[in-house]
Design a binder for this molecule. Structure first.
Ligand code: UGA
Length: 431
């Protein structure tokens, strides 16, 4: 099929490259001319394992093209996917649909085909596909019959390419013609396909992210009870997760969730609930526990520190919100480092890919490797569970530090091993 994908941010770009890889003819469109210029040369603007290779390969085969802005070229395609940003509105946490609205209007004004399918790909509030349908009807300039669908993305950053090719399920919502077109588009992917109306498809995405965020917040709350009582959260969640009715995933305690999805989607579903005058307490609890988990971590740092953090050198390992990505949106490390600076500490930060300078400028020392970061440090804080941290030479770390103390926000080390090496070691919900 031929698909015109509007918005080549994270979601749109992965979708464009992977659909081209499956054999479809794709045009990725964006208003950011600089980004398109880079993409045309095969340069990937984000860090995502395996993505740049398939972009390069499919540009060569001619199946993947890029262009700036929506124009009459759309008429060479069978379907448009809307993958533009839906940032959070500051006023009430609801998603801002300005770009979705603009895209729908421009599609309607440029499309001259008899029939055309328009699919929402971005995560949006329930009912957005209907608004897209209305907008297409309002601006329809050439008597096109538009079919509207919803096909929310379910990719995890850092695993996006393999998630796209081997998903647990594909969610397909919309009217009959849109459903048929989407089934054809994903023909080569062998997995359950949930076919439903657009509102339910939109809701599945928000509900999935909420359920996962709920598990993370529930686990983190339980880890605080472990901290208070001397139980071990890892043993507890192993025992809980082995029950097939619960399952083992997303039960890892830590410093809380970040990124562009869980924080935004939990606030979005909370705002929808509030808008309909429904009880929001379960959403409030998930969000508040997550915010407080960062403070819980900082409290541990405070408690392990002698007298004060003022003028002490503190090493921070990890800035990205999780490993295998350079994404620092809503990253816990940002709040922690801001707090350290406020307390007067000198901060050394190392992350294998995230751009430390872009976030903190010269307020912190941007270290080239994990060992440089711990030089003369009085505590090491672990905030992202990159593999290289798990495999660190802790003897070397200890020699370089002035005071050997570790606060591990991701429980990456075995407490017994680290303590035996002479560290004072504190982690999340483990004695
Ligand atoms: C999440 C969903 O997993 C994807 O299915 C969805 O498509 C995506 O949001 C989206 O809406 O676009 P992502 O945000 O990339 O994907 O990251 P996850 O791997 O799901 O992790 C989310 C957060 O939860 C991270 O901050 C991670 O550190 C945290 N987490 C995860 C825990 O603290 N404990 C766990 O056990 C699992």
């Amino acid at each position: 099929m031929r698909v015109f994908i509007v918005g080549v941010g994270y979601v749109g770009l992965v979708t464009a490259a992977c659909l081209a890889e499956l054999g479809h003819e794709i045009c990725g469109v964006d208003i950011d001319a600089e980004k398109i210029k880079k993409l045309k040369k095969g340069k990937c603007p984000i860090y995502e394992p395996g993505l740049e290779e398939i972009i390069k390969k499919n540009i060569k085969t001619g199946r993947l093209k890029f262009q700036v802005g929506i124009d009459k070229n759309i008429n060479k395609y069978d379907m448009a996917m809307i993958a533009v940003g839906t940032p959070e509105r500051e006023s009430d946490g609801r998603a801002d649909l300005f770009y979705v609205g603009e895209t729908a209007r421009q599609i309607a004004q440029n499309c001259r085909k008899k029939d055309f399918v328009v699919v929402g790909k971005s995560t949006v509030p329930i009912g957005t596909a209907n608004q897209i349908r209305e907008s297409l009807a309002t601006y329809n300039s050439h008597k096109t019959t538009f079919h509207v669908g919803s096909n929310p993305e379910t990719l995890r950053e850092g695993n996006a390419v393999s998630d796209f090719m081997n998903p647990d399920r594909i969610i397909i919502g919309g009217d009959k013609k849109a459903q048929e077109a989407l089934l054809k588009l994903y023909d080569k992917i062998d997995c359950p396909k949930i076919v439903t109306n657009a509102r339910s498809a939109e809701m599945i995405k928000l509900a999935s992210n909420f359920m996962l965020a709920l598990r993370v917040s529930a686990t983190n709350m339980l880890s605080r009870i472990c901290d208070a009582t001397g139980a071990d959260i890892e043993a507890v969640m192993e025992g809980v997760g082995i029950d097939k009715r619960v399952g083992p995933h997303f039960l890892k305690a830590g410093i809380g969730y970040g990124g562009s999805c869980f924080p935004k989607d939990t606030k979005s579903i909370r705002a929808i609930s509030d808008h309909h005058r429904l009880d929001t307490s379960i959403f409030d609890a998930v969000i508040n526990i997550n915010t407080d988990q960062r403070k819980w971590f900082c409290q541990k740092v405070d408690e392990i520190t002698l007298f004060t953090l003022k003028n002490k050198k503190i090493a921070v390992w990890g800035l990205a919100f999780k490993p295998n990505t350079d994404d620092t949106r809503e990253a816990p490390a940002i709040d922690v480092v801001e707090w350290l600076l406020q307390e007067g500490a000198e901060v050394n930060v190392f992350d294998p890919v995230a751009n430390v300078k872009k976030i903190f400028g010269n307020k912190v020392k941007h270290c080239r490797d994990m060992y440089e970061a711990v030089e003369k440090a009085e505590a090491l804080l672990i905030i992202t569970e990159w593999n290289q941290f798990k495999n660190a030479d802790l003897k070397k770390v200890r020699k370089k530090m002035l005071v050997s103390k570790i606060v591990d926000g991701r429980n990456i080390f075995d407490p017994k091993v680290v303590k035996k090496l002479g560290f004072k070691y504190v982690s999340m919900g483990r004695p």
